[in-house]
Design a protein around this ligand. Structure first.
Ligand code: SF4
Ligand code: SF4
Length: 100
């Protein structure tokens, strides 16, 4: 299965993205236990430029993360906040993250 193809019940809103554009969403939206990072909060190592400040020594969970169709949904959005919101929405985690 093409990891960049959105699921059939999830019509994509954005153009297909096939590579990481360093949008910062996956460093901000999910919880990352290895880093003690909660949902919806940017990693402490994420720079203002959305690049990783500890890239060479980042944990395995970060090294192993692969871009997929979700990147196409989040990366084109205009702000990190919007990208995080969409990422959480896709995974049904908004309520857990924001308590709304
Ligand atoms: S969400 Fe996708 S495009 Fe954005 S930083 Fe992560 S892998 Fe890269
Ligand atoms: S350690 Fe680096 S790659 Fe991993 S979540 Fe934090 S900023 Fe992203």
């Amino acid at each position: 299965m093409d990891p960049f193809a959105a699921p059939p019940d999830f019509p994509p809103r954005s153009p297909l993205v096939r590579e990481c554009t360093a949008c910062g969403a996956c460093c901000s939206a999910p919880d990352i236990h290895a880093l003690g990072k909660p949902l919806g909060v940017p990693c402490v190592h994420l720079g203002r430029d959305c690049l990783c400040a500890v890239y060479m020594t980042r944990p395995a969970v970060c090294r192993n993360y692969q871009p997929d169709w979700v990147c196409g949904e989040v990366a084109p959005l205009p702000s990190l906040e919007a990208r995080v919101q969409r990422f959480l929405e896709i995974y049904g985690l908004e309520e857990e993250a924001y308590g709304t």
